[in-house]
Design a binder for this molecule. Sequence first.
Ligand SMILES: *[C@@H]1O[C@H](CO)[C@@H](O)[C@H](O)[C@H]1NC(C)=O
Ligand SMILES: *[C@@H]1O[C@H](CO)[C@@H](O)[C@H](O)[C@H]1NC(C)=O
Length: 502
Amino acid sequence: MKALLLVYCVMKIHCFGLLLSFLATCSVVGAFEKGDVVVQHDFEGITASEMWNTELGPLVQLVANDKGGQALRIERKLDTAPSTMVRIELPAQSLRGSKIRIKATVKAENISAPPSSWNGIKVMLNTQGPSGNNWPQQNLPQGTFYWRAANYVASIPNDAERALIILGLEAVTGTVWFDDVIITIESKARPRPPTPPTGPYYKGHNSSRLRGAMIGANLKEKDFRDLAAWKANHVRWQLIWNGFPHSPADDADVAAYDAWLESALIHLDSMLPLCRQLGLHILLDLHTPPGGRNPEKQCRMFQEKRFQDAFLMAWEKMARRYKDESIIWGYDLVNEPVDDNLMDGLMDWRDLAIVATQRIRAIDPDHAIIIEAAPWGGPNALADFEPLPIDKIVYSFHMYEPGEFTHQNVYDDDASPIAYPGKIRGDVWWDKEQLRRVMQPVLEWQRDYNVHIYVGEFSAIRWAPGDSAHAYLRDLIDLFEENEWDWAYHAFREWPGWSVEH
Ligand SMILES: *[C@@H]1O[C@H](CO)[C@@H](O)[C@H](O)[C@H]1NC(C)=O
Ligand SMILES: *[C@@H]1O[C@H](CO)[C@@H](O)[C@H](O)[C@H]1NC(C)=O
């Protein structure tokens, strides 16, 4: 343990800043290990009182809490006043490439409605560096609530120069109390292998390339014939319970989930002979996992053990059912997993994927297992992911970069049209070369481990202006083909917004 200079500063944003520095001995410099505490504040004792004393001003005070100790109280009384925030500096350079877990307990009174969705009570990380600034946070409710946990995971970019934890009230009035702030290492930066393996890598199929689409949940014979007539040889078969990211699974128990899954598999079974006849290699995609997602869209199987158990049993059931089915290429264990809400004693996504793979392999040694990285399966999530210590795995990512273009006017319908190629997200010119740059970390990751890559989803909304959606899809497919990646377009006869037929 080495001493580290931590700077605590209370900023009255847009107004004046009070800057206080203290020496603290609560951090390790250099190599952090998984589980290490980076910073911890319980606001108890004389040291804490000296650190957070009344010099910080009347709006930020250490006060007695109603649990018998002290808490940090932050107020903002007037709508016209600057936001009230406290910043805790983290050792950014030692944290580069790792994920940290940010935990605090929070109580609030009379928090006004936030003017924008991101305003309100802040338990926020801010990272700063050449690749940009990020502000990951967990949204907390307005109004009045008793002690509750903020608990989430955020990534520290590889080029981070500063990392700050920000506590306070932004653009809302009211009073908030913080206690038991603790920042721990969730995972370390991925170690790159000194000598990457070479030679042919495992793909799990013998086609030169899988090209196809993710499909709607209830397609019939004619749909499959039409897709095959487009020369597709692959479908990503989404096992989806009536909606994404939210679905009836969010409120369903395990018995109801199992009943739904069985009904979805009965439909799949009925189409297997046709897919075999048409040469459509099927990837089973568990789009809706047991427990569904919580309001923050995190998978509930990282909160409740019964859903992790149900997940493992669901895959054992599917492995038994399909182990001899040659038209099935493999098993995509979870669509866009999010495990930021991991509860103590449960497996995180990677550990759960390892166990699921072992359970499947005990029954079905042959089919490929396809893994997406948490959170959300994007190119950066995969680039940060440490591959499983198991062979015959294909790794997958979904490509919707830049989201401002691909998802334009999906969630709000009056934003101005965004064209591709074009200037998107500030001053960046997005064209094929920019798409290549965004996917370069995946290519480097692939080279590190000599594994096969599958693009399980990519798309652009059909109302993107002019020829934009076509140009974007064409450039992406060119790049996938150049890299010898298999791909599935999102989506064939599912939602009209993602359809190339509308
Ligand atoms: C919240 O509002 C109520 C009703 O106006 C008031 O009595 C109470 O003191 C307020 N709480 C705080 C902490 O300001
Ligand atoms: C691919 O071909 C090899 C050699 O013929 C065969 O052993 C293997 O089972 C085939 N794999 C698949 C997934 O069909």
